[in-house]
Design a protein around this ligand. Structure first.
Ligand code: AMP
Ligand code: GLY
Length: 423
């Protein structure tokens, strides 16, 4: 099979590493890719923001299957353009991607299908949003409706903080994403991410993971794209998984199909496990980054036929086998991230990883043959172990061999699971 992978992050390096192991793979291309992905695929200079350019590349190179990693091209309709041209593509249509692209859309599906989630209202002007906040009281959560690179959410502990967040949204802090605001009840509990595939009709649950969104140790400081993750998430007991499937995932996928937007691709539910059980925080219509890095480490099955079955409506004919061993990844980021940071800082050494360990590249590039850091999140040092504690120790031992002066990481990835292991 001739495959094109779209994307250039740590998630796409993880997908590339796993897909390249498939005996079905005959030719493997990636656009735009990164130096890690280049270990597994031929990088091609196709503008991935130009749907027509991607379609032309696929025609010229007789591509059999396109795997789309990030959300931006999905929301921009890349899957639709490729499907219209007759290509098999892993990734939802732009209409189905609204599940991530519009929080209001998702909330309305929850209301229609009785899916447990925080009570909410949608607003298109500040005075009404503020009146609702004053009436509800704090803590309360204010969200820009559209895609805001993970920064559009304010978990406000006071009414004043919530009112300020409303002003930020309507004054354009998140651009067009903030033209509409969702105000939502605060949910208290432990978070987990639940990953599934859907081919429009059938759902295949994959695995669970826990992200670390805050930049600082002890989950402090500003939100980021994710500073580390581990899988599985121990809070997702078999009972919670069953309830999540029945109460949240299955009605959502039924709702998408019945609304005329059947979902095809991978998605994950961001869940809050509250005293009442699982409640939905949000959906994402792609693999999480860095959650994908730990999922691929645990997947024993060949990933390529599973993604192809998702794209071609035959998901009921495949299964996914996982090792019970946990996997953990630590993100190394440029000093200053998620604020401003220096670019093109030299990375002297990335260690070779052995069995059950791997360093994935995110924001790296080659400059005159030398590896440099070009992004905020740069390397994902990943390892498995018999326990989360062992996976953590192996990941940090590997990370300490990375030679990159301008890099930093959190030293406590996995702390919640390790606390449970010690209890
Ligand atoms: P989101 O972009 O919707 O995933 O929100 C980012 C983060 O804000 C989530 O991972 C949660 O930690 C937090 N959050 C979002 N909604 C709520 C809520 N209703 N209650 C408590 N925390 C929330
Ligand atoms: N790590 C969170 C995300 O990919 O959305």
């Amino acid at each position: 099979m001739k495959v094109l992978l779209i994307g250039s992050g740590g998630r796409e390096h993880a997908l590339a590493w796993k897909l390249a192991q498939s005996p079905l793979m005959t030719e493997f291309y990636a656009a735009p890719g990164n130096p890690g992905i280049a270990e597994h695929a031929t990088l091609v200079a196709v503008n991935t923001e130009d749907n027509d350019a991607v379609v032309s590349f696929c025609k010229e190179n007789a591509i059999d299957f396109v795997v789309v990693g990030p959300e931006a091209p999905l929301v921009a309709g890349l899957s639709d353009a490729l499907r219209a041209a007759g290509f098999a593509v892993f990734g939802p249509s732009a209409a189905a991607a609204q599940l991530e692209g519009s929080k209001g859309f998702t909330k309305d599906i929850c209301a229609r299908y009785d899916i447990p989630t925080g009570a909410y209202q949608r607003f298109n002007n500040a005075p009404k949003a503020k009146a609702y906040i004053r009436q509800q009281g704090a803590p309360i959560v204010v969200k820009a409706d559209g895609l805001a690179a993970g920064k559009g959410v304010t978990v406000a502990m006071t009414i004043d903080e919530a009112l300020a967040a409303v002003d930020d949204c309507f004054e354009g802090a998140f651009g067009a994403a903030g033209a509409e605001v969702v105000v939502e009840a605060y949910l208290d509990g432990e978070e987990a991410s639940f990953f599934c595939l859907c081919d429009g009709k059938h759902v295949l649950p994959l695995a669970t993971a826990q992200d670390h969104k805050r930049v600082g140790e002890g989950d402090t400081g500003p939100n980021t794209g994710g500073m580390g993750a581990y899988s599985p998430a121990p809070v997702m007991t078999p009972e919670m998984v069953e309830r999540t499937m029945k109460e949240i995932i299955e009605p959502t996928m039924r709702g998408m199909a019945e609304s005329g937007y059947p979902f095809s691709g991978v998605f994950f539910a961001g869940l809050m496990i509250t005293a009442k059980g699982p409640e939905l925080i949000e959906y994402n219509v792609r693999f999480g980054d860095p959650e994908c890095q730990v999922l691929v480490m645990r997947l024993k099955s060949d990933l390529l036929p599973i993604l192809y079955a998702t794209a071609t409506g035959t998901l009921d004919q495949v299964s996914a086998e996982w090792t019970d061993d946990p996997a953990l990844t630590v993100v190394m980021a440029s000093k200053g991230y998620p604020g401003s940071y220096d670019k093109n800082t030299p990375i002297g050494h990335v260690p070779e990883a052995g069995e059950g360990a791997k360093v994935f590249h995110a924001g790296t590039a080659l400059k005159d043959g030398a590896l440099v850091a070009t992004g905020g999140r740069v390397l994902n040092v990943t390892a498995t172990g018999k326990t989360v504690g062992e996976a953590q120790a192996r990941a940090y031992a590997l990370l300490d061999k990375v030679d990159w002066d301008n890099g930093f990481c959190r030293r406590d990835i996995g702390w919640q699971a390790i606390k449970r292991e010690k209890a």
